[in-house]
Design a protein around this ligand. Structure first.
Ligand code: MRU
Length: 346
C-alpha cells in the first residue's frame, strides 16, 4: 500500500487525514485519547474496521496517561476513556468490538501492576491493527472467487484501505481479483453527502492502478439497466443475525436496483462487523450527522439558508437483497442466521 491509514508510532497514533483527501496527503499525530475521539467523530478516520482500530489505540493512549494510586481508580478512569470513545459514532459495531476487546485485556490482568496493564493494552491495539490487515486479505481471497473475468464492479462509499488498517473489505475483494490477473474495472458511486466514493475510493483505486470510473449516485440505475454492471460489492458497518446490513446511506437503493436488474449484490465485512445480538436490522442505531454536510460542499452553500435537513449517515439493506456476505472465514449465502453464526465461530 502506498499510504498508511493508521499506525502506532513512538507512542503516538498517526492517521492519514481523510477530511483532506484527495487534495492533500497529510498525516496527523495524536498523543491523547480525547483527540482520537474527536478524530473519529470528525471523520479524520472513518470506515468501520478503521474506527475499531482507532478506538483500540485511543484506549491504549488513555491508559498511558491515567494517573492512579489504586487499581480501582485506574479501572474507573479506563471506563471513562472507553465511554468517551464509545460516544463518537453509534452505527459501526467495530468501535464497540474494539473497546470490548481492550477492556477484556485489562480485566484479565487486574492482579498485575498498572504498568503491565498499560503495556498489554498497547500491544493489543497494535495487534488489532495488524490482524485487520490479514483479515482483509482473507476477505479478498474469498471474495475474488465471485468476481468474473472482465467484470465491471460497482461499489458505494469507501470500504477500502482507508476504511481499514489497509487493503480494504469491498475494495479488498476488488484488489484481490485484480492481483489474480482478472481484467476488471470499477464504477465508484460518489456517495453524497460526504463523497467517500469520489474523494477516497477513486483516489485509492487509481493509486492501485485499477481502472475506475466515477459516477454520481443517481447514475447507478442507468448503468445497471443497460447491462454495464456485472456485480456490486459494498462494505458494512453492522450486520444483524439475519443478515440485514447497515452501510453508508444509499447502499439500500443500490441493492434494490441490483435486484431489479438481476445483478449479484455482495457485502464484504470482517466477523467483527457482525452483531449477532440483534435479531434484525431494525434494531441497528443509525447515526444522524450535521446538516451542513448536506447544505454545503467545501463551505459553499448548495441549498437555501435555513432549509430543513435530514442527514442519516447509514441505511439498512434487508438480507433478501444480499446475494452473499463475504467474511475472512468464508462466504455466507442462503440461510444467514446459521451461516453467520458458523463464520463467527459460534
Ligand atoms: O461514514 P463512514 O465513512 O465511516 O461510512 C463508511 C461505510 O459505510 C463503509 O462502507 C463501512 O464502514 C465499511 S468499511 C470497510
Amino acid at each position: 500500500m502506498s499510504f498508511r491509514t493508521i499506525e502506532w508510532l513512538d507512542d503516538t497514533v498517526v492517521m492519514i487525514d481523510q477530511t483532506r483527501l484527495p487534495a492533500e496527503e497529510v498525516y496527523n499525530s495524536y498523543d491523547d485519547f480525547q483527540s482520537v475521539a474527536d478524530a473519529i467523530r470528525g471523520m479524520v478516520i472513518r470506515g468501520a474496521p478503521a474506527i475499531g482500530v482507532a478506538a483500540a489505540m485511543g484506549v491504549a493512549l488513555g491508559a498511558h496517561s491515567i494517573i492512579a494510586d489504586t487499581h480501582e481508580s485506574f479501572f474507573r478512569q479506563l471506563d471513562n476513556v472507553c465511554d468517551v470513545l464509545g460516544r463518537t459514532r453509534p452505527t459501526a459495531v467495530n468501535l464497540f468490538w474494539g473497546l470490548t476487546r481492550m477492556k477484556g485485556v485489562a480485566e484479565g490482568l487486574r492482579g498485575e501492576s498498572l504498568d503491565t496493564i498499560r503495556a498489554a493494552l498497547k500491544r493489543e491495539a497494535i495487534r488489532i491493527e495488524q490482524e485487520d490487515q490479514t483479515i482483509c486479505r482473507n476477505i479478498g481471497k474469498w471474495g475474488a472467487t465471485l468476481i468474473p473475468e472482465g467484470a465491471t464492479v460497482l461499489t458505494h462509499c469507501n470500504a477500502g484501505g482507508l476504511a481499514t488498517a489497509g487493503y480494504g473489505t469491498a475494495l479488498g475483494v476488488i484488489r484481490a481479483a485484480h492481483e489474480a490477473g482478472k481484467k476488471i474495472q470499477v464504477f465508484a458511486d460518489e456517495t453524497r453527502p460526504w463523497l467517500q466514493g469520489a474523494r477516497l475510493t477513486a483516489w485509492e483505486l487509481m493509486k492501485a492502478g485499477i481502472p475506475t470510473t466515477l459516477i454520481s449516485d443517481n447514475m447507478a440505475g442507468f448503468f445497471m439497466s443497460r447491462g454495464e454492471i456485472t456485480c456490486c460489492v459494498v462494505g458494512a458497518d453492522r450486520i444483524a443475525a439475519n443478515g440485514d446490513t447497515a452501510n453508508k446511506i444509499g447502499t439500500y437503493s443500490v441493492a434494490v436496483l441490483a435486484k431489479e436488474n438481476n445483478i449479484p449484490f455482495y457485502v464484504a465485512a470482517p466477523v467483527s462487523t457482525l452483531d449477532l445480538t440483534l435479531a434484525d436490522g431494525s434494531q441497528i442505531p443509525i447515526e444522524e450527522r450535521p446538516s451542513h454536510e448536506v447544505t454545503h460542499i467545501k463551505g459553499i452553500a448548495i441549498g437555501p439558508e435555513g432549509v430543513r435537513v435530514r442527514n442519516p449517515s447509514f441505511d439498512v439493506t434487508s438480507a433478501r437483497y444480499i446475494t452473499a456476505i463475504i467474511t475472512e472465514n468464508g462466504i455466507v449465502t442462503g440461510d444467514y442466521r446459521s451461516g453467520l453464526r458458523k463464520v463467527a465461530g459460534g
